[in-house]
Design a protein around this ligand. Sequence first.
Ligand code: FA5
Length: 341
Amino acid sequence: MKGENLELIKTKFLQEFEGAKTSKERRKICKKYLEDELSSVFASLKKLSGKEKAELGKEANNLKELFSSKMTMLKEIKKEKDEWIDVTLPGKKPALGSIHPLTRTQRRCAEILSHMGFVTVEGPELESEWYNFDALNVEQDHPAREMQDTLFIKQKNREKLSPRERLLMRTQTSAVQARYMEKNKPPLKIIVLERVFRNEATDSSHEINFYQLEGLMVEEKLSVANLQAVTKLFFHNFFGSDVDIRFRPSYFPFTEPSFEVDVSCTICKKRGCSACQRTGWLEIMGAGMVHPNVLESAGIDPSQFTGFAFGMGVDRLAMIKYEIDDIRLFYGSDLRFLNQF
Ligand code: FA5
């Protein structure tokens, strides 16, 4: 090993380094000289001794210093490049979800009715036969109890259990009325906005599980006129003041008199279209004056208090409002549908 050799390595390095076209190539050259060339230089230094070893050792260290400084410089340039941010670029929009149309509808219903003084209450989805049927004056042999409508829960020795012990998936939010009246006394003004279940074949307007909005008001001297006023105010707020409301006589075991309530078709404005089966009207809810038996069964004196109740499908409200022609879309999790809201 001689001093000229080290000079030669330095010249070769500088030539190669300057001649390289990319930083990647330059980093490779530095690595090669730092690892391969220098290790053979230091290995041959070991064979020398005395003054010669000291002098050449110093020069070899200078060479190492040169390669390392070039390598450090390249690393810093790379780091700066990697960390550089173009602050003028537009930001990335976070993927935000939207409110499900059913939730949106529920919230709007609650908003309107809470302004009218109704308080939202809750009840269980897994319910007893008592609250879903018996307490609502639905007789043991009423067709609504039959297997095609109700999802009963399998229980050991079911037939020996009392109606309060026999379980089912509630078919109507009216069950919450019965529960609430048992624990709370008039004046009452409540709504329930929850899920119900029916053992039904599904089609474009029927689901096996769907949402209902139930309203109940119990006070002294309430009449059908109060029911009509509340209903009208609600639908005018929900659909707009140009909808008409129609009460038709109907039958529910828990109300007397009972009504089926229709709103004028919001799509064709009563001219007749496929959505309203050319009738100009859309059937939207059941309602009526609370049957005295129901009040009595909850411990409320029907000679002192009267009440009205109504129950409608939240899904149907949303379908009319947003002009959706198939209820199953609400439960399909199809983003092409959901992204429209
Ligand atoms: C009832 O459930 C009564 N509890 C309503 C009631 C409450 C009457 C208080 C009187 C007093 P009905 O089975 O008709 O009634 O259902 C009420 C509403 O739920 C219907 O008008 C409809 O909007 C909706 N509905 C019923 N079945 C389905 C279904 N399979 N899929 C979607 N919505 C349904």
